[in-house]
Design a protein around this ligand. Sequence first.
Ligand code: GDD
Ligand code: MN
Length: 389
Amino acid sequence: MSKSANTINTVYVIIPTYNEVENIRKIISALFDVNKKLVAWNINILVVDDNSPDGTADLVRTMQTEFGKDTLKLVSGNKAGLGKAYLHGFNEVLHTYKSEAIVMMDADFSHNPKSIPILLNAIENGADYVIGSRYVQGGSIPGNWPLMRVVNSRVANFVAHALSGIDKGILDTTGGFKAIRTTTLKKIDLNSINASGYVFQVSLLHAFASRSANIAEVPISFTDRERGTSKMKSRDIIEFIYRVYKLNPQSRIATLIRFGIVGACGSLINLMILTTLVRFTHISILFADLVAIEVSIITNFYMNHFYTFKLREGQFRNYDRANKVFVKLLKFNAGAIGGALISFTAFYVFHQLLHVNYVVADLYAILLATGWNYWVSTKIVWKIVDART
Ligand code: GDD
Ligand code: MN
């Protein structure tokens, strides 16, 4: 079927490949088959291959003589991860070709080319970013997925929501099958996306969401790859957690994580001082403990000031700047003494009055005191003044 030139939009389907020689011919043919049925769009393909040792790129070059270099394009790079491959592809399309939309998809038939018209339809209806979603009504993951993969995917999604702050209404944050509007993509600073691997999917979504782009989800059935193997490695998981954390370091959970790290360091410092004093001086153990407590309160304060809450000063206009560091230290110190009292009282109540096992009682006490210290830190010492008052 011929397409009338004045109503046609161009869509680039970007396919990153690493050792996909078994899939690439079939997926390219399938895409051009879909193209025949598309009325308002014309598909061009860009394969971003990272010098796959299995000769994926050579096969694409052979196919270029079949389909033409204008419709089937190839760029090669060194293997630097899925995210870097997409960035390479985006830059190529944005700077070299005219296009109205970009489709991102895997080479391995996990993403059915037949769903592309549905993705593009959503673009036509005004969406800037369309997720082929496994988790909206009508979408699905493979029925035979081992429990481990189901859990992995769910946990990744949960972590992405909790840390990045992406709207919980968006159900599939990690999916890799999507269509994006080129004009909106152009407004995004691609250099600010540092993701190398799979977390790129979440970073890109976050970039669109923070520009209030119109985000849509359409159901897809995700199928297992037919040939070859997944390229996901454990370093991808570590990068995933680190990058989604970095997307929104002001989130409550990110702050809590830093606060927890500082607390753990503080406990170590406390222990070190106590043991050192007991070993090398003749002061009483009780006095040594008091010194250890006070020193760790002060070191905790500085770690929180320069680490946990550091960004507050730069990022929040209504951050409390009236109090100088020394005043903050006094407040924190008073709060920590309050925390110690709470801890002691709680221990007394749980253990002496309620006859809870002493270790369990101490855990409750630590939990309560930590909660109190966190409250004092976020609401008093490093407070954000309520914008409404
Ligand atoms: N150029 C290049 N460089 N391509 C790569 C690289 C790389 O370093 N790593 C992976 N790819 C290509 C693969 O060849 C494949 O075409 C596609 O990227 C996806 O890789 P898979 O290894 O098949 O990913 P997956 O099946 O584990 O993960 C899929 O599902 C995830 C969500 O559950 C992908 O769609 C992910 O993007 C998605 O987050
Ligand atoms: Mn795959």
